[in-house]
Write a protein that binds this ligand. Structure first.
Ligand code: DC
Length: 640
C-alpha cells in the first residue's frame, strides 16, 4: 500500500498537548507531522480562559495535585519533569510575557490567548514541524507496533503516533473525541466520559426566578449518604435551570459520573455565622422590624431577588407580622439560611463543559513516557486521558505536561536500541525451529529471512523469468513490494499486497529462491527490509548472512550447525513423517551440494561471523539445542 506521506512522529490533534508534544519531539531532532482536522489549530486554547488563556497555575507541586480530580498519581512523573514553572518558563521563552492573577492563575500579560497560540505555532514552524489538515480514522499497527496512521486522504507512514485529540468539551472547536475510537480499536479501555467543570441543573423551579443572581461568600456542600464529598466557600450563581459559578464548576467535576439521585446538596448563605450567632442576628433583625410583614423584613439578610424564594420555602405566612413569628418558625428560617437545599438532576452539556472527566484508562499508559502499554509506538497525551483538574489552569497544565513527556519519549524511541539475535547456519541445522522457540521465550519477533528470498523467487517464476538470469531478475525488482507482517504472532509474507506465506513453500520456489539469493541485486534489494525490521523490533532473525552482512552489529550471533549426516537424517525423517518417499543418500547429497553452494557463492557466503558463536547440535536433542542457544543468547545480551 502506497503511503501519501511519511514522518518519524505523527501527532494526531493540534491542541495544547499536541503542540507541546510536537515541539519537544522536534527539539530532539525528530521529524514531526501534526495532523488536525480543523482549518486552524489550537482553537480551544484560543478560546480558553474567556479568550485570555489561563495557561497554568503558579502553584507548588502539592497544590497542583490537590486540584486534580482524576489521575493525580498517574500525572506525578510528567508533572515533576514539566510542571507549572517549567510551562511558564517555556511560554515566556517563546516571547510571551506572563502575569499571575487571583488564585495564582497565569495569563499572558496581553490577556490574549492568541498570543500563546501564535507563539506555539511559530516555534513549531521554526523547528520544521509540518501541519497537515486531515481526519485520522485509525492507526496501522503491525505485531503490536505502530507503523502508520490512516487518514481519509490515505495512509501516512510513521514510527510513532502521539494521540492528542482532546476530549469532548467544546465540540465547536473541533474537539469531538475522535481519538477515543482510535484508541479503542487499538485495544485501549476508554472509561465513561462526562462533562466536567460545567453548570449543574437543579429540580428547583425557583432557580429561574433568581437567574443571574450571583452569591459571594456562600458555601456549597454536597453529601452522598452521610459522607461529605464536597464543601467549599466561594462564589456561585443561579441560571435559568440550575446553578453555576466557580463553586459549582468544581462540584460538577467532583460528582462527574455519580448517581445524582444519591446526592444531597445545600447552600449555606451565611457560612461565616454559626447557627446560634445567625439565630441571634435574625432575632435582632426581627425586633427592629417587628411591625413589618415577614416578606418585607429580610432586606438586611438577603439579596432582594432571593427573599421571595426564602419566604416561600420557609412556609411562614408572608403577610404575617414579624412580631408574631414563633420561635419554631424562626428556627426553620435559620435552618434554611444555613442549608438551602438544591436538588442536582443533571449537568450542562458538552458545549459549555470546560473539560472532559473520564477517557483513556491511565493504567494502560506508562506515566513516565505516555507510551501505551498495549501498543508500541503509541503515545497518548492531554484531555483524552482519564485525568482532569480544577479551573485555574490545571487542565492546560495536564495537557502541556503530558504532551512534553510524550514528545520527548517518542523522539527518544527513535534511538532506542533493539536487541538482535542472528542465527545463521546451513540448511537442516534446526535454525527456524530454534529461532522460533527463542523468540517466543524472549518476547521477540522471529524473522525468517529465507521467506523473503522465496517471495522474490515466486515473483520471478510468476513472471516467467529465468531465475538464473541475473539481468532479468534485476529488472523485476522495482516492481516487487515484499514485506513481513505478523498475524497472531505468526510471520506472514506479503508480496505486492498478497499473502503468499503458503505459496512459497513448494519445491519450485525453493529452487528459484536458491537461484535468486545468489544475485547481488536481490540481496541488496532485501537488505533494507531486513534491517528495518531489526530497527523497529527486538528480533531473532535466521538466514545465512544475518550476522555477517545484514546485522553486523547484532550483539548475539549464533552459527547453528550439525554434521551433514545428522542434518540429512533429520530431513529424511521429516520427509517420511510427511508420508513422502525419501532416499537418505539422495537427501545427504542434496544437502552437501547446497552447503557447498551457500558457502562458496561470491556474495554473502554462509560463514561464521568473526564474533559469532558456533553451536553444534549433532549430539543434541531439540530441547537441549534450544536450551543451549537460549543460554548463549541471554549471556550475550546481558539478560537475566
Ligand atoms: O531458509 P530457506 O530455505 O527458506 O531459504 C531460501 C533460500 O534463500 C535458500 O536458498 C537460502 C537463501 N537465503 C539466503 O541466501 N540468505 C538468507 N539470509 C536466507 C536465505
Amino acid at each position: 500500500m502506497a503511503f501519501i506521506d511519511r514522518t518519524e512522529i505523527a501527532v494526531i490533534g493540534g491542541g495544547a498537548a499536541g503542540f507541546a508534544a510536537a515541539i519537544f519531539a522536534a527539539r530532539q531532532g525528530a521529524s514531526v507531522l501534526i495532523i488536525d482536522k480543523a482549518r486552524r489549530p489550537l482553537m480551544k486554547l484560543r478560546i480558553s480562559g474567556k479568550g485570555r488563556c489561563n495557561l497554568t497555575n503558579d502553584c507548588s507541586d502539592q497544590e497542583f495535585f490537590d486540584n486534580i480530580f482524576r489521575g493525580a498519581k498517574f500525572l506525578r512523573s510528567a508533572e515533576s519533569r514539566f510542571g507549572p514553572h517549567d510551562i511558564m518558563a517555556f511560554v515566556e521563552d517563546l516571547g510571551v510575557p506572563l502575569k499571575t492573577e487571583r488564585g495564582r492563575r497565569v495569563f499572558p500579560v496581553s490577556d490574549k490567548a492568541d498570543d500563546v497560540a501564535s507563539a506555539l505555532l511559530k516555534e513549531a514552524e521554526r523547528l520544521g514541524v509540518r501541519i497537515r489538515k486531515g481526519t485520522v480514522t485509525g492507526a496501522i499497527s503491525v505485531n503490536g507496533e505502530i507503523t502508520g496512521v490512516r487518514t481519509e486522504d490515505g495512509d501516512i507512514e510513521c514510527r510513532s503516533m502521539i494521540l492528542a485529540t482532546g476530549g469532548l468539551s467544546y465540540p465547536a472547536t473541533g474537539s469531538t473525541g475522535d481519538g477515543y475510537a482510535i484508541a479503542g480499536k487499538l485495544g485501549h479501555t476508554v472509561t465513561e466520559r462526562y462533562p466536567a467543570l460545567v453548570s449543574l441543573k437543579c429540580e428547583e423551579q425557583w432557580c429561574a426566578e433568581v437567574q443571574g443572581l450571583s452569591l459571594r461568600n456562600v458555601s456549597l456542600t454536597c453529601r452522598r449518604g452521610k459522607k461529605t464529598i464536597y464543601s467549599e466557600q466561594g462564589e456561585m450563581l443561579f441560571t435559568s435551570d440550575g446553578i453555576s459559578g466557580p463553586l459549582v464548576l468544581t462540584l460538577s467535576s467532583v460528582i462527574a459520573g455519580s448517581d445524582m439521585k444519591e446526592l444531597r446538596t445545600e447552600i449555606d448563605l451565611k457560612p461565616s455565622l454559626d447557627r446560634e450567632t445567625l439565630d441571634r442576628r435574625v432575632l435582632r433583625d426581627m425586633k427592629e422590624n417587628s411591625n413589618r410583614e415577614f416578606r418585607n423584613s429580610l432586606g438586611d439578610l438577603l439579596p432582594r431577588s432571593l427573599i421571595p424564594v426564602i419566604v416561600e420555602l420557609s412556609g411562614i405566612d408572608p403577610s404575617k407580622r414579624v412580631n408574631s413569628i414563633t420561635s419554631e418558625e424562626r428556627s426553620r428560617l435559620v435552618s434554611l439560611l444555613k442549608a438551602l437545599p438544591v436538588t442536582i438532576c443533571g449537568t450542562g452539556g458538552w458545549n459549555e463543559a470546560i473539560v472532559t472527566a473520564g477517557g483513556i484508562a491511565t493504567r494502560e499508559v506508562d506515566p513516565k513516557t505516555m507510551e501505551s502499554k498495549l501498543v508500541k509506538g503509541l503515545f497518548i497525551a492531554g484531555e483524552i486521558l482519564d485525568a482532569d483538574g480544577a479551573t485555574g489552569g490545571y487542565n492546560l497544565t495536564i495537557a502541556f505536561s503530558t504532551g512534553h513527556a510524550a514528545g520527548i519519549a517518542a523522539a527518544e524511541r527513535r534511538n532506542r536500541k533493539m536487541n538482535a539475535i542472528a542465527i545463521d547456519g546451513p540448511g537442516g541445522a534446526g535454525k527456524s525451529t530454534i529461532a522460533k522457540a527463542l523468540a517466543k521465550e524472549l518476547g521477540y519477533i522471529y524473522v525468517d529471512t529465507g521467506a523473503l528470498y522465496r517471495a522474490v523467487g515466486l515473483y520471478a517464476l510468476r513472471k516467467g523469468a529465468d531465475t538464473h538470469d541475473r539481468k532479468a531478475v534485476a529488472a523485476l525488482l522495482p516492481d516487487i513490494d515484499v514485506d513481513i507482517r505478523y498475524v497472531d504472532g505468526e510471520q506472514r509474507v506479503i508480496l505486492c499486497g498478497e499473502d503468499v506465506s503458503g505459496l512459497i513453500r513448494t519445491e519450485d520456489v525453493s529452487m528459484a529462491a536458491s537461484a535468486v539469493s545468489a544475485q547481488p541485486e536481490v540481496r541488496e534489494f532485501l537488505l533494507e527490509t531486513q534491517r528495518d525490521l531489526a530497527r523497529r523490533n527486538n528480533v531473532v532473525m535466521d538466514g545465512r548472512d544475518i550476522g555477517t552482512v545484514v546485522l553486523p552489529d547484532a550483539k548475539c550471533k549464533i552459527f547453528l550447525t550439525a554434521s551433514a549426516e545428522e542434518r540429512a537424517r533429520r530431513r529424511y525423517r521429516q520427509l517420511l513423517e510427511k508420508g513422502e518417499e525419501a532416499d537418505y543418500e539422495a537427501v545427504l547429497e542434496d544437502l552437501k551440494k547446497r552447503d557447498y553452494d551457500d558457502s562458496h557463492r561470491e556474495i554473502a557466503p554462509l560463514k561464521l561471523a568473526e564474533d559469532g558463536i558456533e553451536i553444534d547440535t549433532t549430539e543434541l536433542e531439540l530441547n537441549e539445542s534450544i536450551k543451549a542457544v537460549l543460554k548463549t543468547a541471554k549471556e550475550r545480551l546481558g539478560l537475566d
